[in-house]
Design a binder for this molecule. Structure first.
Ligand SMILES: [Zn+2]
Length: 302
């Protein structure tokens, strides 16, 4: 790739702020690193202008999400390492042609997913594996700065969350991981999976109901017995959160939940489950050995 022109370079300096000072150009340029504040769009523009540092910064930024997705989908840490490396290398080769019709993260998940599917096909007939409960992914669920007691409770919940997600069929798991763990919008998830938004939402509600049910003994152990007259509030709340519920249905549900401790607890446990999903993706940390693999893959690109 040819290096970016001076004008391109200086407009980017103004736009996003390079880290470092000194004359621009030649060998010196290679010493600049991109600020992590640079937007994906800025980095993408620089990549298209031939800036290899921008390419590394962009891919390094998204590597943790790709690794988490691979770990969740393959349920095998070694496979997840392959997924993250294969995805970054494929992306590095294809980023110059990336048209920007979707976000960079959506595009990377699409690539990672195709590698996951290949792995899964190869593994058909092999015994399924579940992430160990004390894995790095589980530990990451603990909120940074939490007191030890809270951290222990969080780790227990994190382990339960991992197990609950791992038990979902892949078609439900990928939807929940992309929407509720990684925070993609429903249309973005539809884009990654190549299916309609309605199909995404119906899979999502089913996945949420299942994961919440698995976590509910930990989240709300003292819920009163169902008298048999309660509506099924969990899928309704899930649909409400996706903007699918009209005002009248919403008001009716509010009235019931206001006077029903059982349904209130079920709604609270779904909200807690979703908050836990999001927290499991926060921090952007990946295990040290994976970090090294990512750096190695990126060195190979630069
Ligand atoms: Zn109720």
């Amino acid at each position: 790739m040819k290096p970016p022109g001076i004008c391109t370079h200086w407009s980017l300096v103004r736009a996003i702020g390079f880290v470092g000072t000194g004359p621009v150009g030649g060998a010196r340029r290679a010493r600049y690193r991109w600020s992590m504040d640079a937007t994906d769009e800025n980095l993408l523009a620089a990549v298209k202008a031939g800036d290899q540092k921008a390419l590394s910064t962009l891919l390094e930024r998204h590597a943790p999400a790709v690794y988490r997705f691979g770990a969740r989908m393959c349920r095998d840490p070694e496979d997840a390492k392959d997924i993250v490396q294969d995805t970054l290398l494929a992306a590095a080769r294809g980023l110059g042609d990336f048209r920007g019709g979707s976000s960079v993260s959506t595009w990377l998940f699409t690539i990672a997913r195709s590698f996951c599917i290949k792995k899964r096909r190869r593994r058909v007939g092999a015994p399924s594996e579940v992430l160990p409960l004390d894995s790095e992914t589980t530990r990451q669920v603990a909120a940074p700065g939490a007191t030890p007691d809270v951290e222990v409770a969080d780790q227990e919940l994190g382990a339960a969350l991992n197990a609950a997600i791992a038990e979902l069929d892949p078609m439900y798991r990928e939807v929940l991981v992309l929407r509720d763990v990684e925070g993609l919008t429903a249309p973005e998830v539809a884009n990654v999976l190549g299916i309609g938004v309605d199909a995404v939402k119906s899979r999502l509600h089913r996945a949420r109901v299942s994961v919440r049910a698995r976590l509910s003994p930990l989240l709300s152990p003292d819920v009163p017995q169902d008298p048999g007259t309660c509506p099924d509030v969990v899928p309704v709340l899930s649909r409400y959160l996706e903007g699918e519920i009209g005002p009248s249905e919403c008001a009716e549900m509010d009235r019931h939940v206001a006077q029903c401790p059982r349904c209130r607890a079920r709604c609270d446990s779904l909200r807690s489950t979703l908050a836990l999903c999001r927290r499991s993706a926060s921090g952007g940390r990946i295990p040290g050995d994976v970090q090294e693999l990512v750096r190695e893959a990126l060195r190979g690109i630069a």
